[in-house]
Design a protein around this ligand. Sequence first.
Ligand code: ADP
Ligand code: MG
Length: 689
Amino acid sequence: MFKSPISVSAYSMDNTISISNLERHFQRGEMDVWALRGINLTIASGEFVALVGPSGSGKSTLLNLLGGLDRPSSGELWVAGLPLHDADGKARTAHRRHRVGFIFQSFNLLPRLTAVENVAIPLTLAGVSPAERTARAAAMLQKVGLGQRLDHYPAELSGGEQQRTAVARALIHGPSLILADEPTGNMDSTTGAEVMALLQALNKEQGITLVVVTHDADVAAYADRVVHLKDGQVAELTVNNPPSPVTEEHSSATGNALSANNAQSRLSLADTVRSAFRNLGRRPVRNVLTAAGVLIGIITLVAMVSFGVGVQREVQRNFETVGLENIFVSPTYDEAALDSFDPFAPPQPKQALTPEIVEKLRAIPGVTAVTPELQLPNGVDLTLTLAGESLPVRVSSDMGERNFRFGGASEPLAGQLFGDGENAGVVLTSGLADRLLAEGQDYADLVGQSVVLTAKLPRGESQDFPSTVVGVRDSFSSRTIDLGLGETEAVLTWWYNQPDILETQGYDMVIVRAESLGLVTAVSAAIQELDLEAQSLETILDAANQVLSLLQALLGSVGALALLVAALGVANTMMMAIYERTREIGVLKALGAAPGEIRLLFTTEAALIGLIGGVFGLIFGTLLGRLVDWVAHRYLINEGVTGVGHLSVVPPWLAVGALVFAALIGLLAGLYPAARAARLDPVQALRHE
Ligand code: ADP
Ligand code: MG
């Protein structure tokens, strides 16, 4: 006897079945059920055997053992040299797939597949191409007399037609053994006789071994031999016809290419995906709702991450226009001094930004420009008078407000703006300039004009400061001016009544521009040696990026949470699908589907639910981002801010990542249900209603 069950020779040799002392024992709660108690039987290759006996006598149990759907408790069962009693799951799957054709009482056709597709299932499992299997299935249906019913669904076929379709399916892969469990049990006697005649013809013409379970004496009469079972034992053997000799021709007819040569064949990925799509289509509403869970998660994820990416890019772009070579220098303060007893005393800097220090900063090698900044206190009430027109104004607070606006530093509309190191006079914002223009004047006419700034103390005392308009810059503000350093110092000196204010308090901030980005670190270090604080835009940008990344991570996790919920939905849907399709899983297993293939089918379905949710989530998420973008632009334009880029950006990595992530969520959610489906016991699954 052959010990190697999958060797090619094992399939082409004599198909004798020999059974000795075969027992099958079930434990049902406390009760022991002996379905088979020591069967001894030999079935010759090409023989037609009927298994008869009362209900519960063990007929189905024996048939399932012959088909490798079940394992005996003890005894031996050899089929064509294969020790089935001792075969592992893989070998039993191969046995079903290559040697056995099953026919069931209730036909067990898959309702969503046409007759041709049902017949082609074993070929699909064997990885045969769609064109070839359709042709072969159609030819087989022709053979069983159903050439006119190829594209009919099972529900459109009569019982006899359904069973003939099932016969065609059992034959399609060229099995050497057909196992039929009460094949005529659901038919009237005429139709039953037709089906039996068909099976008998197959047995006679092709030499296929045929084992048919029946309790119908008329059906048993077709067989060569009738085996009577009673209480799990062979009670009687009746010989109807002498066993027909199996000719070489016959046995070669059953040695079909599929069973002999395609031992390694398997379900193709294309068929897996096709089948998954089809199965999803069976429950469209449920699956769409499940996918919607994923969709919502992906929308959140995509919209939020894209917004984070867009904002980050805009910030980066604006920082770059201002210039990453800028270093912001501010005074440092003594921790101890800040803790002083008098909370109202102005904080004394450890090192003030005095004009002397500014000169030292200018002297640092690699520094190209030094711009001191001085601010007026909030309470200063300023009025600007130009050619007899007086308007209340406010002074822009620092270089940030002047230059760091969305869209970057702007060109002057007239005259010049405050640049590196130079700021004297007054720069008007366009909104303010508009109010000062006389009939027929343009901005250029304002440049060079004398103005008077009147500062007023809360007590009512006031002081005039003469100055000159040096330029006009674009801004929506209608009351902001940029004020030169000299003018600011003059106002401050008067305000605090402190002539040496710069020498004692110093500037508020100094902007130092390094010659190149590469020198920023060295210049910063030199500044810090003067006991000053130096912050480059790069360090600020890093901090901003960190905050934005954190924000993105936070927003992203909201989406991730939604996806977690969606994953539970997918798992639930798959559990339901598996419950509903338990019987179908049993059929597929009987037809030779390996557990791995069942698992693959269901994980693919789950991944597809995720992917479908992901595709629509990506589309809607992108649209949502666009919408937010549009609303934000509307708002910014209303506020007078222009030149802002897209605030919501979906880079390719986000699109691909979202889809992969969605599919992965589905797949992971489907793993457990699919593993359950793969583990289902085929006999139990086939019994499932
Ligand atoms: P038949 O097909 O001849 O009607 P079966 O082979 O289905 O009978 O069953 C034989 C006996 O084994 C019956 O008593 C049945 O209840 C029992 N049996 C079959 N399968 C199981 C099972 N999975 N668990 C417990 N008992 C079972
Ligand atoms: Mg039965």
